[in-house]
Design a protein around this ligand. Structure first.
Ligand code: FAD
Ligand code: EPU
Length: 338
C-alpha cells in the first residue's frame, strides 16, 4: 500500500475542486487500514475516509491523511422464503450494486438507481430518492473505529437514520470507517411507483409489465433529464436538504406562497422543496464567477470549471441568506464541507 504525499484530490471529488491532501492512501483490506493507522507517522494525523467523493466540498487543502476505501466483494449471507441478505463491501460502486440486484431479481433498491458514490457512504446520509431510503432495506453495517481499530456492528436502529441523517454524520462524525453494509432485499418486489414522475415515465416508456428493471429504467430516465452528470459538470447533487417545517409554520408560509409545492410528512410536518425556494429567489441558472445554480435543478450547485471550494461555499451562503430573507426559512447543507 502506497502513501502519496501532497496528493491531488482533483479526480477524487465530483465537484472537481483542485486541492491537495498532505497524505493519501488507497486501502483494499481491513489489514491495510490497521497497518496504516498504526504507523507512527499517521497516528496523530487527522483522518478522512473517502468514497467516490460525490457528496463532499473541499474548501482547502486537507492537512492530514485521506483514506480512500476500495474494499470489494458482494456475498449472500442469509436467505428465507421472502428475503435475501446481501453483504456488500464499502468500496463497491453503489449503482453497479443496484444493477447487480436487478439482475439477480432482488428487489428494494431499484428506486435508488444511478445515485453516484460507494456503498460505504450510503448509510452516512441514509441515501434516498423517489420515495425510498436505504433505511427501508438496511439490516446492519460493519465499521472499524478509527482511533482503536476495533470492529463494531451497527444495527438499523443504532444508526439513527433520518432524512439525509445518521449517527455517522452527527455524533460519530469521522470516528468510524464503514467497511461493509448488509441489506435485506425482497424476493417478491413491492413496487414503489407513487413518487414524482415515475408512473408517467413508465407510461411514456410503454411498459406493460411492471418489473424492478422497468422501475430502475424509469428512475434513470428521470434523473438523467434533470441532474447534471458530474463527469461533465462538477457537482455533488443536492447542495441543501429540503427544509421540513411544522404545521403552524407551514400554514403561515402557504398563506403567503399559495403555489409552493409541499409534501406532508407522516408526522404532520411539511417538506418544502429547497429547489423551488432557491428558484423563487432568482438563482436558478445564475452563474457567479466559476460556479452557479444549475439551470434544470436550482438545488444543484455546479462548478463551471476552475471554481474553488470557497467560491462554491460563498455562493451557497448567499443563496441561504436570500432564502432566509425572502421566506424566513433556513436551508441546511446536505453536502459534507471539509
Ligand atoms: P463521499 O463523497 O466520498 O463521502 C461522503 C461522506 O461520507 C464524507 O463525509 C466521507 O468522509 C464519508 N464516507 C465515505 N465513505 C465512508 C466510509 N466507508 N466510512 C465512513 N465514512 C465514509 N444522494 C442521495 O441521497 N440521493 C440522491 O438522489 C443523490 N443524487 C445525487 C446526484 C448526483 C449527480 C450527485 C453528484 C450526488 C448525489 N447524491 C445523492 C449524493 C451522493 O451520491 C451520496 O451522498 C453518496 O452516498 C456519496 O457517496 P460517496 O462514496 O461519493 O461519498
Ligand atoms: N423544483 C423547482 N425548481 C427547481 C428544482 C425543483 O421548482 O429548480 C421543484 C420541482 O418542480 C418539484 C420539487 O421542487 O415540484 C421537487 O423537485 P425534485 O423532484 O427534482 O426533487 P428534489 O426535492 O429537488 C430530492 C432529493 C434528491 C432526489 C430527488 C428524488 C433532497 C435534498 N434531494 O430532490 O436527492 O434524487 O428528491 O427523490 O432531498 C441528493 O440528495 O443529492 C439528491 C439529488
Amino acid at each position: 500500500m502506497e502513501v502519496i504525499e501532497n496528493s491531488s484530490l482533483l479526480t477524487y471529488n465530483t465537484f472537481h475542486i483542485d486541492v491537495n491532501a498532505k497524505y493519501f492512501a488507497e486501502i483494499k483490506t481491513e489489514d491495510d487500514f490497521r497497518e496504516l493507522a498504526n504507523e507512527e507517522k499517521f497516528r496523530l494525523q487527522q483522518k478522512l475516509i473517502l468514497g467516490g467523493g460525490s457528496n463532499i466540498l473541499f474548501t482547502k487543502n486537507y492537512d492530514g491523511l485521506i483514506i480512500k476505501n476500495s474494499f470489494t466483494g458482494i456475498s449472500l449471507v442469509n436467505e428465507d422464503e421472502n428475503y435475501v441478505w446481501v453483504k456488500v463491501a464499502a468500496g463497491e460502486e453503489w449503482h453497479k450494486f443496484v444493477l447487480w440486484c436487478i439482475e439477480e431479481n432482488f428487489a428494494g433498491l431499484e428506486n435508488l438507481s444511478l445515485i453516484p458514490g460507494q456503498v460505504g457512504a450510503a448509510p452516512m446520509q441514509n441515501i434516498g430518492a423517489y420515495g425510498v431510503e436505504i433505511k427501508d432495506v438496511f439490516e446492519e453495517l460493519e465499521a472499524i473505529e478509527i482511533a482503536t481499530g476495533e470492529k463494531v456492528i451497527f444495527k438499523n436502529a443504532e444508526c439513527e437514520f433520518g432524512y439525509r441523517e445518521s449517527v455517522f454524520k452527527n455524533k460519530f462524525k469521522n470516528q468510524f470507517m464503514i467497511s461493509a453494509v448488509t441489506f435485506r432485499l425482497n424476493k417478491q418486489p413491492k413496487f414503489n411507483v407513487n413518487y414524482g414522475d415515475i408512473k408517467m415515465t413508465l407510461d411514456e416508456m410503454k411498459v406493460d409489465e411492471l418489473t424492478i428493471k422497468a422501475v430502475s429504467d424509469a428512475v434513470i430516465k428521470i434523473r438523467s433529464s434533470k441532474l447534471p452528470d458530474p463527469k461533465v459538470l462538477g457537482n455533488a447533487g443536492s447542495f441543501f436538504k429540503n427544509p421540513v417545517i411544522t404545521k403552524s409554520e407551514f400554514d403561515f408560509f402557504i398563506s403567503k406562497n399559495s403555489i409552493a409545492p409541499n409534501f406532508l410528512q407522516k408526522d404532520g410536518t411539511v417538506k418544502i422543496p429547497a429547489g423551488w425556494l432557491i428558484e423563487q429567489c432568482g438563482w436558478r441558472g445564475k452563474i457567479v464567477g466559476h460556479s452557479g445554480s444549475h439551470n434544470s435543478q436550482a438545488l444543484v450547485l455546479v462548478n463551471y470549471g476552475g471554481a474553488t471550494g470557497n467560491e462554491v461555499y460563498q455562493l451557497a451562503l448567499d443563496i441561504q441568506k436570500s432564502v432566509r430573507d425572502k421566506f424566513g426559512i433556513n436551508i441546511q447543507l446536505e453536502v459534507n464541507l471539509v
